[in-house]
Design a protein around this ligand. Structure first.
Ligand code: KG4
Length: 338
């Protein structure tokens, strides 16, 4: 079954074709990063407009790369939540129009669940159940993937996402948006013990975490040093920040695996690219005897292949939508509450 998939929840226009949920026939991404970098973050109105300008071209490109025409497409999958509402509506409207014209099923896909499903693309034999960390610019969540289409939110950030904290701290260091990858590179030459930042915990919810306080602590440290005429080392600060983020995420993910009895751990989302996090995850999983699955970078960031992948399993579960399908800026990660 060939699914044509669309993703436009933030600042990347993505179109892909995926066969039977696992085989990527094409995956095209048009990034808007350079435009939003001028403003230090994503400007929703600009994102929507740029999606509108790019989506037809990208759709043609995805078909041509796969060597297919629209008549070969069996279903359309589309991210409908969560995300920037105007941005989501571009992909959703385009997908609805195509599904109706072609007379094929329309499959709604949850963006964060799709980030988790990206692991299926890189690990062909991977099957649920497993625990996952979805960690991007908009989300930081620990999830029990009970089945292909049954997700249970175990805990996560109570405020900012980890990627958002990287981007805000990077801005104070004078790095362009998005700053995560640049801080990762800087961290390689820094002293990760140069700064100690707070690790907030929640007694009533041990898997919950907070990045807002961490972000403020880092920004205050920078301002304090600058007031004394000292320019903090961007490398030391990045290294200390990466260590702190990893110390917040890795033990919680190990705990989630223990609590659910899962022996496989998957990580998705842009922050999964972080070298310190990857190194610490590899070590922790080895020590705990867990299998670790992190997709390649092309499937960690936003892409539509992950939407085509999860869309296939949603289709098998009978989860298709009518033409009145709407987009939603927020939506629970847990399937029962959706
Ligand atoms: O998943 P993604 O591409 O987009 C969504 O937010 O959905 O994630 C983007 C986020 C940005 O905040 C970016 O700074 C962060 O991922 N990021 C990283 C790295 N590469 C990207 N954060 C830390 N280390 C990296 N190597």
């Amino acid at each position: 079954m060939k699914i044509l998939a669309f993703e436009s929840s933030c600042d990347d226009t993505c179109v892909a074709i995926v066969e039977d949920g696992r085989r990527v026939l094409s995956s095209c991404v048009s990034s808007q990063t350079d435009t939003h970098a001028l403003y230090g973050g994503v400007v929703p109105e600009i994102a929507s407009r740029m999606h509108t300008e790019a989506i037809s071209r990208l759709c043609r490109m995805a078909l041509s790369e796969a060597g297919l025409t629209l008549s070969d497409i069996d279903a359309i999958a589309v991210t409908y939540a969560p995300g920037l509402i105007g941005a989501l509506l571009v992909g959703l409207s385009f997908a609805k129009g195509l599904a109706s014209t072609l007379g094929v099923p329309l499959i709604p896909v949850h963006h964060v669940r799709a980030h988790v499903a990206a692991a299926y693309l890189a690990f062909p034999e991977l099957e649920p159940p497993f625990v996952a960390l979805a960690c991007s610019g908009g989300t930081t969540a620990f999830i029990h993937v009970e089945d292909y289409t049954r997700f249970r939110f175990l805990g996560g950030t109570r405020d900012d996402a980890a990627g958002e904290a990287f981007d805000k701290v990077g801005r104070v260091l004078g790095l362009p948006y998005p700053a995560g990858a640049a801080m990762d590179r800087l961290a390689a030459d820094g002293n990760d013990r140069a700064f100690e930042f707070p690790h907030p915990t929640f007694a009533d919810a041990p898997l919950d975490c907070s990045f807002s306080g961490l972000k403020t602590a880092v920004i205050n440290s920078v301002h304090n040093l600058r007031q004394k005429g000292i320019e903090p080392s961007a490398a030391d600060l990045s290294a200390s920040f990466c260590r702190t983020v990893s110390e917040m995420l890795v033990p919680r993910l190990m705990r989630a695996a223990e609590e659910t009895g899962c022996s496989t751990v998957c990580v998705g989302g842009g922050v999964a690219a972080n070298s310190v996090l990857r190194r610490d995850l590899e070590r922790a999983c080895r020590d705990a005897g867990l299998r670790l699955c992190i997709p390649p970078l092309s499937y960690c960031g936003d892409n539509a292949a992950m939407v085509g992948c999860l869309g296939y399993y949603e289709f098998l579960a009978g989860h298709t939508a009518a033409a009145d399908l709407n987009a939603y800026a927020t939506m629970s990660l847990s399937t029962e509450e959706a």
